[in-house]
Design a protein around this ligand. Structure first.
Ligand SMILES: [Zn+2]
Length: 346
């Protein structure tokens, strides 16, 4: 998928894709070019910390007469390595500031947990059906991730609604958790343009990553339910252009969200039918029925996906949980009716 989109200009906005090495393919960084007589060059998201990604960014900026050294402000949509991987290096050569949401975590511990955190994760996932061997498989991707970022401390933490003074292009920060806790989209209200990060992606449904609480008795976020609360928050905006982190620039975010709701509705129904047929199941077993071929190769994504949907069914009182021995199982209470979860809009 690498390089299929290419560098492209949309008025003051320039898209620069770079390869990630992940199955998602390229990530788009966006540049906001300074107006005449100004030097305020703004970058949104960086690509992974690899020489290839660095060269792609440098070459893309070069097409407009700029260099990485000229960047004045770096905004991050969230703290995943393809979005901030080379933030520290960019700040070192340019002296720019790095801003992101107040919940952003770009430390080593997010991707290389301490022995204590790992033990807690293992206990947590064992309840969902993943034994130690499957735990190792689910997190095998971490060894690749460790090579593609440098930890980063942001210079300023943004909150929902914070305005960012970009010359003649003021941005509003909108907190849109779901894909991860700290995700934001950046919204330019006058020209109705939105930088959507991984919140809205034209070709794939964003994965809402499983949240494991920091303490054994901590409250777990229902990521998929939270995702749709965020989607509903940006739904009323009259958006003209959406700049996603992966895939091509697009126009109709309402149509996209309606499509997401439709596919989530279908998956909720499918999971309900699986539980109806097989009785109470662990999340891993649901994943095995749902993705009979892919579940093992994509284990972390699969368990995130399954838990997101089971949480949602739980939030709507369509399943109940039962604890037996070490395992957590979900039992169907009733199959969701058409439009029952997302209403007529779906
Ligand atoms: Zn992401």
């Amino acid at each position: 998928m690498s390089g299929e989109l290419g560098v492209k200009q949309y008025g003051r906005v320039v898209r620069i894709p770079s390869p990630t090495g992940f199955s998602v393919g390229d990530i788009n960084s966006y540049v906001i070019l300074p107006p005449e007589g100004s030097e305020q060059l703004v970058l949104i998201d960086t690509g992974v910390g690899s020489q290839t990604a660095w060269d792609a960014l440098q070459a893309g900026l070069g097409q407009f007469g700029y260099r990485v050294e000229d960047i004045r402000l770096l905004l991050l949509t969230h703290g995943h390595t393809d979005h901030f991987g080379q933030a520290t290096r960019i700040r070192e050569v340019s002296g720019c500031e790095v801003w992101g949401h107040e919940a952003i975590d770009m430390t080593v511990s997010r991707y290389l947990p301490s022995a204590e955190d790992e033990a807690r994760e293992r206990v947590f996932l064992r309840r969902l059906g993943l034994d130690d061997a499957l735990y190792d498989k689910a997190y095998a991707y971490r060894s690749y991730i460790a090579d593609v970022y440098t930890p980063c401390e942001p210079d300023r933490l943004l909150a929902d609604g914070d305005r960012i003074a970009v010359e003649d292009f003021e941005l509003e920060t909108i907190h849109t958790p779901g894909h991860c806790p700290e995700e934001v989209v950046y919204w330019q209200p006058d020209s109705r343009q939105m930088f959507s990060g991984d919140h809205l992606l034209p070709d794939i449904t964003p994965v809402c990553l499983l949240h494991i609480p920091a303490t054994p008795d901590g409250v777990r976020t229902h990521a998929l339910t939270q995702y749709y609360q965020s989607a509903d928050k940006i739904l009323p905006l009259d958006v003209r252009t959406v700049y996603p982190s992966h895939g091509d620039v697009f126009r109709d975010h309402r149509e996209l969200i309606a499509g997401y709701k439709l596919s989530t509705d279908r998956r909720l129904l499918k999971i309900a039918r699986i539980l109806e047929q097989h009785g109470a199941l662990t999340p891993l077993e649901v994943g095995q029925y749902l993705f009979p071929k892919a579940w093992e190769a994509q284990l972390y994504a699969v368990i995130s996906e399954v838990m997101g949907h089971l949480d949602m069914l739980l939030d709507y009182a369509m399943v109940e949980t039962e604890e037996r021995g070490e395992l957590l199982r979900y039992r169907l209470l009733r199959v969701p009716g058409p439009g029952e979860i997302f209403g007529a809009a779906a």
